[in-house]
Design a protein around this ligand. Structure first.
Ligand code: 7TS
Length: 424
């Protein structure tokens, strides 16, 4: 295995199809330069949160140094500048997912808040006793629990479409679970625990054939795939800024205007009203109806710059590069004795979840950490997925376009060390 002391990728290892210059890209991420426990950091926990390019860090610094002011309120210069920057970020998000209109973009804290917003707001008016919400067996807790809360409140029922041993959705079973009682389908675009890329186009088509709207959880898709909500024709789409090379505390809910207009507010407060008296309040137009209180202005601006950065690299290059990395990583990990990959779907994002025979994932993670390698261990907020595969936890290496084959080699070397320590 090659050393990661020199992080440059040797020519012979360069993925043949990729025009992505990984050394140049890595140079854009200051955090990646550090050493951890005396070793060069190998950051393979991108599904939890990704690192931020310098441009994002600079944009947020600039906001606080030169533009800090509240939005949509003052007539003064700074407030107008902040408002322009905030609304410009909304337009960048619109373009990023190809939404029809900027007013279909709601800024929230992240995917979790976006799903809770739909569960509470859409659910309050559209879901009643005896109705059903259909999800899949590979959802993150954020796309399970808000629906359970809603179902408990309303006397509705949560239905779960099963997956096979590779971690792929059983589309026929999914279709059978679509009934006249189904009020919404909520499915992940990409599974955080398995890496599976769901056939979301077909999910939407099948649901729409029965007039059932669809929410897609794009938390793990937006950093890796080009998203086009008009082509997908989904009713709602969610993603988190911090997994998309932007700041924490900012995320996106896309909703078709016709839904958002019909839905009641999620939270009450400033900005979301048109007029207030003690007798009656009328609500602001979308998107403002769903953005109560002072928003995360700096975060929004940072997110806009992160999306600019992704566009600049280009998803064609990102997809090609990450695919090569996934193939290389899958092959390399398969050579480690006693290692079982959890999640072997044909359509996969660059997520490698695995168990090592006889060794608890937390021990794997702790020993890898001493080597400077960051992976996530645990249930990944997807306990039903762990149950489905009969494990309590996995170790997970989640890769993005700034990772290299050498880092995968370092992971494999680390895993051999883990096996040595445990004598397996
Ligand atoms: N949905 C999916 C598919 C996710 O992977 C996550 C976070 C969420 C929703 C929630 O996103 P948040 O930004 O609101 O927290 N997933 C993970 C993970 O895999 N490791 O840490 C967080």
């Amino acid at each position: 295995m090659s050393s990661v002391q020199n992080m440059a990728v040797p020519a012979r290892l360069k993925p043949p199809s990729s025009a992505l210059d990984v050394n140049a890209v890595r140079g854009d991420f200051p955090l990646l330069r550090q050493r951890v426990h005396g070793r060069p950091l190998v950051y393979l926990d991108n599904a939890a949160t990704s690192q931020k390019p310098q441009a994002v860090i600079e944009a947020m610094k600039r906001f606080y140094t030169e533009e800090c002011s509240n939005v949509h309120r003052g007539v003064h210069e700074l407030s107008e500048r902040a408002t322009r920057a905030y609304e410009a970020a909304r337009e960048k998000v619109r373009a990023f997912i190809n939404a029809r209109e900027a007013r279909e973009i709601i800024f929230v804290r992240g995917t979790t808040e976006a799903i809770n917003l739909v569960a509470q707001s859409y659910g309050r008016t559209q879901v009643k006793a005896g109705d059903e919400i259909l999800i899949t067996a590979m959802e993150h807790h954020s796309n399970i629990v808000p629906w359970q809360i809603l179902c408990q409140e309303k006397g509705a029922c949560l239905r779960v479409a099963p997956i096979n041993d590779a971690g792929e959705l059983l589309l026929d079973e999914f279709e059978k679970l679509l009934t006249s009682r189904t009020r919404l389908v909520a499915a992940t675009h990409v599974s955080n625990a398995l890496g599976t890329i769901n056939p979301v186009q077909q999910i939407v088509e099948k649901a729409h054939q029965r007039n059932v709207p669809v929410l897609l959880d794009g938390a793990q898709a937006a950093p890796h795939l080009r998203i086009d909500v008009q082509t997908l024709d989904c009713d709602f789409y969610t993603f988190s800024g911090h997994k998309t090379f932007g700041p924490t505390g900012i995320g996106v809910l896309y909703g078709k205007a016709q839904w958002l207009e019909a839905m009641p507010p999620y939270q009450g407060g400033g900005e979301m009203i048109s007029s207030v008296t003690f007798e009656k309040t009328t609500y602001n137009v979308i998107p403002h109806k769903f953005e109560a209180g002072t928003p995360n202005i700096a975060g929004t601006i940072g997110l806009g710059v992160a999306l600019d950065y992704l566009n600049q690299i280009g998803f064609e290059r990102i997809v090609a590069y990450e695919h090569e990395l996934l193939l290389y990583g899958t092959e390399a990990l398969s050579q480690v004795p006693g290692l079982q990959l959890i999640g072997t779907a044909k359509e996969k994002a660059a997520i490698l979840s695995f168990v090592l025979e006889g060794i608890h994932p937390h021990d794997v993670g702790t020993i890898l950490d001493r080597e400077g390698i960051a992976v996530r261990t645990g249930h990944h907020c997807a306990q039903p997925v762990m149950d489905r595969f009969g494990v309590s936890a996995t170790s997970r290496a989640s890769l993005v376009f700034y990772n290299t084959r050498e880092e995968i080699d370092a992971l494999v070397a680390g895993l051999h060390k883990v096996r040595e320590v445990f004598g397996t």
